[in-house]
Design a protein around this ligand. Sequence first.
Ligand code: SAM
Length: 274
Amino acid sequence: MQGKLYVVATPIGNLDDITLRAINILKSVDIIIAEDTRHSLKLLNHLEISKPLISYHRHNEEIKADGILDKIEEGNNIALISDAGTPIISDPGEVIVKEALERNIEVVPIPGACAIITALMAAGVNTRSFTFYGFLSINKKLRNKELEEIKNNRNTIILYEAPHKILNTLKDLENYVGERKIVLARELTKIHEEFIRGTIKEVEEKINTPKGEYVIIIDEDKEIQNEENELNNLSLEEHYKYYEKLGLDKKEIIKRIAKDRGVPKNEIYQKFIK
Ligand code: SAM
């Protein structure tokens, strides 16, 4: 009988942050595939789990996927883990999962720690809608495009960054989003866990020597949100006229009113027909 591919989240720092289900799956599978096998061995030794390990990483994932999936078709259950946290999220694994699905292999998620969600849990920002950008590109052209997109995105924004690049990235963000409030979540779940809050400038001043791992959270654009709230105090007709004056066509106006008021487009459309 064909086996299954389990995508298993592991801790992002504190080794206790692993679920009972994840431990049971790691104990029960035939093979574990890991990004850096030496790194994962520390966790597996801590859990007293000894299994055959196969390494995979972003640069060999495509080459390795076939062989790994052959083993599942031969009847082996395989767990895919990354160096830390949830595989696939700014980590390799996506290719293997996509190819597994193409080969009708069952993929089972085993949830657990993830730096995005852990940071949001204590950041104190609006979590109704947020956009995750992962690591900003190092290619200058792509990076500027991403920064431009971030500037125009009113939602809460989440980025990952390495310590040696954090100051440079904060400078770039300052140029694009200016006064928006941010939260820097550092070393989550570890001894030196820290949340640094303020404008980008204030946060920069609080960092002396960047150390550890960082999640950058940019709070929603309050100015735009306030403007939206004010729009919602208008009558529907006044709301319509506001956008009409900006030169938008009927379809776009209805779309924006629906978004501002958090209701389906059709509902606004029906009200206008009435
Ligand atoms: N898959 C992981 C997850 O579930 O969050 C992310 C892997 S990505 C290669 C590594 C980045 O995640 C780090 O550079 C940092 O931005 C963020 N990160 C991971 N662990 C963290 C921690 N304990 N504290 C803060 N940020 C962390």
